[in-house]
Design a protein around this ligand. Structure first.
Ligand code: SAM
Length: 209
């Protein structure tokens, strides 16, 4: 039976790509991923399918179809496939495939490292692709730091939290473009984030009150 690998590629730089990821990716007939992820595997010589935000569902279905046809396929997932990655949509699509998850270093882990933040007792959530949901408000009062993947724009999330009555002075950190040469770590107050511009690749930490 052919296999579907879900391969974590880390936050972006090849410095954080594991040997296990390279081994799995280079073993398959078809490699599926964003151009940014595919570029991490210059030694791969098989077929590729390019993932874009607009063709996600189609590419997931196509990957499953190819496995059914007997091809070994790997889908590349930024960071770790299990956190806001491809694992959930693939399991929703089919739970009877031979799947191997190859873990990757998540952007959350690298953010925790950059901020020297132990992350065994923090709130973790993703709003990626979900809008600025009030779900985050439940977490902000429980005296633990909250690490969140914003829904694309971190400044919009900060504006949303201010509108919902979170203290403008609340301490926050934004880790932007982690592992890339232009990586930036901003530490300041919530109201400052609302007025700044960041790239879409950001992890935000809202510290406890
Ligand atoms: C679809 S989620 C994937 C998360 C991924 N599975 C992980 O474990 O990091 C994409 C979001 O992850 C965050 N992200 C991914 N790579 C990042 C990086 N290099 N620096 C900062 N944030 C990053 C951003 O919030 C981005 O919008």
């Amino acid at each position: 039976m052919a296999k579907l690998y879900l391969v974590g590629t880390g936050p972006g730089s090849s410095d954080y790509l594991t040997k296990a990821a390279i081994k799995a990716a280079e073993s398959v007939d078809v490699l599926v991923g964003s151009q940014r992820a595919l570029d991490l595997f210059p030694g791969y010589t098989g077929d590729t399918l390019i993932l874009r935000a607009r063709n996600m569902d189609e590419m997931m279905k196509k990957s499953v179809f190819l496995v059914d046809e007997g091809k070994n396929v790997a889908i590349l997932s930024t960071g770790d496939p299990g956190f806001s990655g491809v694992l959930k949509p693939i399991l929703r699509l089919r739970d009877d495939l031979d799947i191997e998850v190859v873990p990757g270093i998540s952007s959350l882990q690298l953010a925790a490292a950059r901020l020297q933040l132990p992350w065994d007792e923090i709130n973790l959530l993703t709003l990626h692709g979900k809008g600025n949901s009030s779900r985050i408000l439940e977490f902000l009062g429980n005296r633990k730091p909250t690490m969140v993947l914003p829904d694309f724009r971190v400044e919009k999330l900060a504006q949303f939290l201010l509108e919902k009555g979170i203290d403008p002075e609340r301490k926050v950190a934004v880790c932007e473009r982690l592992s890339y040469p232009d990586e930036r770590v901003f530490k300041g107050r919530l109201e400052e984030v609302a007025d700044l511009k960041f790239s879409y690749l950001c992890v935000m930490v809202v510290y406890s009150e």
